[in-house]
Design a binder for this molecule. Structure first.
Ligand code: IFM
Length: 424
C-alpha cells in the first residue's frame, strides 16, 4: 500500500496518506437545509416544549448554564436551519477553500416524493444543481439516500414498519440514480442501527414506539430495503459504489473480566456486525461513522470520560483503530463517513482530528483499506432532539445572521487535506 509509516526524528513525524485519499466533510439535509416538511419537522413542533422543559434535569448544570438556549422551545425546531438549501454554493466554496476534495450530503426524500408515487421534478432538478456545484469545485460527492426523516405519507402508513418499505425505498432510489447519474458513491442508509434503536428500543425519536419486537422487525425491514436499493441501483448504474454509513462503536471489556469479555463479544456481534453481515454481498464499500468508545461492565457503561465534548460524550479518538481492525474481515474499502464532536469553543477539535487521523493511519499501516475521511460536519446544524446548541461544524453558523465563520481547527484540517499528510 502506498503509504509510509512516518519520517521520524526527535521533533516530529509526517504521516502520509495513500495517493488519491479523499478528504472532506459532510452534512445531512434535514439538519442544514431548512424548510423540510417531514415526520421530524412535525415531531419537533409537537415536542419542542417538552424538550425545553426537561432540559434542566436532563442535561448537567454546566451544560444548561453554558447553552441556555436549550431551555427555549425554539432551539428544537429546525425551521430555516442553516438555509443550506439556498446557500449550498457558498458552503461548497468554503469546503473547497478549506482544501477539501470530497463532500457528503443527503437527499431529503420528502422533497423528491412529497406524495406517494408523485415525484417532484423541480426538486430533483435542485439536487442535480447541487451535485454539479460539488463537481465544479472538485468535491467528490457522497450521496446519502436516507438520513432519517420520512415523508409524511409514509410515516402515516407505519414508516419503517411498513412491509412495503423495500419497494418504496427502491422506487425512490431508482428515481435518484436515474437523475443523478454522475454520482459514484451512494450511501443507502445513515446509521440504521442507531435510528432503529432510538425510535423503537429507547422510544425517544419519532414515532417513539418502544417495543423490542418492532425494533427487530424494523432492522430486518431495513436490511431487506438496503438489498432492494442495491439491486435497483446496480441495474441502472453497474459502476455505482454502494454502502451504508455504519455507526460502529469501540466496545471494551472493563478490566478484561471474563463476564465483560462475553458481553462485549455479544454486543459487538449485534451492534457492530449484524447489519453488515446481512448485507455483505450487497455493498461495495463500508462507510464508518465513528464517535463512541464504551467500556462494558456487567452490562453497564463504565467510561473514564477524561475528556468530554459539549454533549458530555467521551472523546476517545484512538478507538477508531480498533473499530477499523474489526472491519478488516469484510475485505472492502472503507470511507470514514462521519467523525466529529460538539465543541462550541473549538477547544478539542484540532487535537481530536489529529489523534483520530494518527490512529486511522496506524490502521492503514496494519492493512485496513481506508480511502477517505469526511469530518462531521462542515457547518453547524440542528442535532435532532438536542436542537441547535451542540456545535459540530468546522465552520460556525451564527443563529441570527446565518453568517458562516471557519473555526481555527478548520484551517488546521485544511492543511492536512492539502498536504495529504499529518505532521505530529
Ligand atoms: O449529527 C449526527 C448525524 O446526523 C448522525 N450521526 C451522528 C451525528 C452526531 O450525533
Amino acid at each position: 500500500m502506498d503509504i509510509d509509516n512516518g519520517i521520524k526524528n526527535k521533533e516530529r513525524a509526517v504521516l502520509r496518506f495513500p495517493a488519491g485519499f479523499l478528504w472532506g466533510s459532510g452534512t445531512s439535509a434535514h439538519q442544514v437545509e431548512g424548510c423540510c416538511i417531514n415526520d421530524w419537522s412535525q415531531w419537533e413542533k409537537n415536542n419542542a416544549n417538552r424538550l425545553a422543559n426537561r432540559a434542566k434535569t436532563y442535561w448537567q448544570e454546566w451544560q444548561w448554564k453554558k447553552f441556555p438556549e436549550m431551555l427555549e422551545p425554539g432551539n428544537y425546531i429546525s425551521d430555516r436551519a442553516c438555509d443550506h438549501y439556498n446557500r449550498y454554493e457558498e458552503d461548497f466554496d468554503i469546503a473547497k477553500s478549506l482544501g477539501q476534495n470530497a463532500h457528503r450530503i443527503s437527499i431529503e426524500w420528502s422533497r423528491i416524493e412529497p406524495e406517494e408515487g408523485k415525484f417532484d421534478e423541480k426538486e430533483i432538478g435542485h439536487y442535480k444543481k447541487v451535485i454539479s456545484a460539488l463537481r465544479e469545485r472538485g468535491l467528490e460527492p457522497f450521496v446519502t439516500i436516507w438520513h432519517w426523516p420520512l415523508p409524511l405519507w409514509l410515516a402515516r402508513q407505519g414508516g419503517l414498519t411498513n412491509e412495503k418499505l423495500p419497494f418504496y425505498f427502491s422506487r425512490y432510489a431508482e428515481k435518484l440514480v436515474s437523475a443523478l447519474g454522475e454520482v459514484k458513491f451512494w450511501i443507502t442508509f445513515n446509521e440504521p442501527e442507531i435510528y432503529s434503536f432510538n425510535c423503537f428500543l429507547r422510544g425517544v425519536w419519532p414515532p417513539q414506539k418502544k417495543n423490542p419486537v418492532t425494533y427487530l422487525s424494523v432492522i430486518n425491514n431495513l436490511i431487506k430495503a438496503h438489498k432492494a436499493i442495491y439491486s435497483a441501483i446496480k441495474k441502472i448504474n453497474p459502476a455505482a459504489q454502494i454502502g451504508i454509513a455504519a455507526h460502529n462503536v469501540y466496545f471494551e471489556a472493563y478490566k478484561n473480566r471474563v463476564i465483560n469479555r462475553l458481553l462485549k463479544k455479544t454486543i459487538d456481534w449485534w451492534w457492530n456486525y449484524h447489519f453488515l453481515n446481512q448485507i455483505k454481498d450487497f455493498q461495495n464499500f463500508i462507510g464508518l461513522n465513528f464517535y463512541f468508545h464504551h467500556r462494558i461492565n456487567n452490562g453497564f457503561r463504565e467510561n473514564e470520560n477524561k475528556i468530554v465534548s459539549d454533549l458530555g460524550w467521551e472523546l476517545y479518538p484512538e478507538g477508531i483503530y480498533e473499530v477499523l481492525i474489526g472491519l478488516k474481515k469484510y475485505n472492502k474499502s472503507i470511507y470514514i463517513t462521519e467523525n466529529g464532536l460538539a465543541d462550541h469553543e473549538d477547544k478539542y477539535r484540532e487535537w481530536f482530528i489529529k489523534e483520530t487521523l494518527r490512529s486511522l493511519h496506524q490502521a492503514i499501516a496494519a492493512g485496513v483499506d481506508v480511502r477517505g475521511y469526511l469530518h462531521w460536519s462542515l457547518i453547524d446544524f440542528i442535532e435532532w432532539d438536542k436542537g441547535f446548541w451542540p456545535r459540530f461544524g468546522l465552520v460556525g453558523v451564527d443563529r441570527t445572521t446565518l453568517a458562516r465563520t471557519p473555526r481555527p481547527s478548520a484551517l488546521v484540517y485544511a492543511g492536512i487535506c492539502r498536504n495529504n499528510s499529518l505532521t505530529i
